[in-house]
Design a protein around this ligand. Structure first.
Ligand code: HEC
Length: 145
């Protein structure tokens, strides 16, 4: 009897952990499906080879303005829903790459992606931080407006 209880308890703990992990995994999977082709690692930090900023750079700009998770998620999903240049935090990126095209995606999926980006466990191309610092010195990037 005791053993059965122990097994049941372990199974419950195991299941609750897996469902927790799969929340982030789902966000990551959705990111790969909808965003990674443009915001992924392809092209590294070579701006001639990139078509959009790496997502870690996008996060860096957004976390500077929207520290708490709810406003961060609102800002990212708001942008994905409608690319309003007046709300851009990356005007230099718009000049360089042109404005992001509209993405057909369900709101609930965009929320999961935004939450995954907020968690911050993202790959970033080598040299990204140096690039950001350089642009910052040139005055091309403003973290607080
Ligand atoms: C077809 C390419 C493409 C795809 C797919 C794409 N983006 Fe973008 N995105 C861009 C480009 C180019 C920029 C830089 C120019 C700009 O800011 O509009 C950008 C910028 C952004 C910005 C910063 C906007 C700003 O100016 O403040 C956010 C946030 C963003 N993308 C989120 C996402 C998310 C989340 C996804 C997936 C749901 C996604 N993007 C998919 C091309 C893309």
């Amino acid at each position: 009897m005791k053993i059965t209880k122990l097994i049941t308890a372990s199974a419950i703990i195991f299941l609750s952990q897996t469902s927790y992990a799969s929340n982030n995994e789902e966000g990551e999977h959705l990111f790969k499906t909808y965003c990674d082709a443009c915001h992924g690692m392809t092209g590294g930090m070579d701006m001639r080879k990139r078509i959009a900023p790496p997502i870690a750079a996008v996060r860096m700009h957004y976390i500077g303005h929207y520290q708490d998770k709810t406003s961060f998620i609102n800002a990212i999903t708001g942008w994905v829903d409608k690319q309003d240049p007046n709300k851009s935090l990356m005007r230099g990126a718009i000049r360089r790459f042109n404005i992001m095209p509209p993405i057909a995606i369900k709101k609930e999926d965009a929320i999961k992606i935004a939450s995954y980006i907020y968690e911050g466990n993202l790959q970033q191309p080598a040299g990204m931080e140096e690039h950001v610092q350089q642009q910052h010195k040139k005055g091309g990037m403003k973290f607080s407006q």
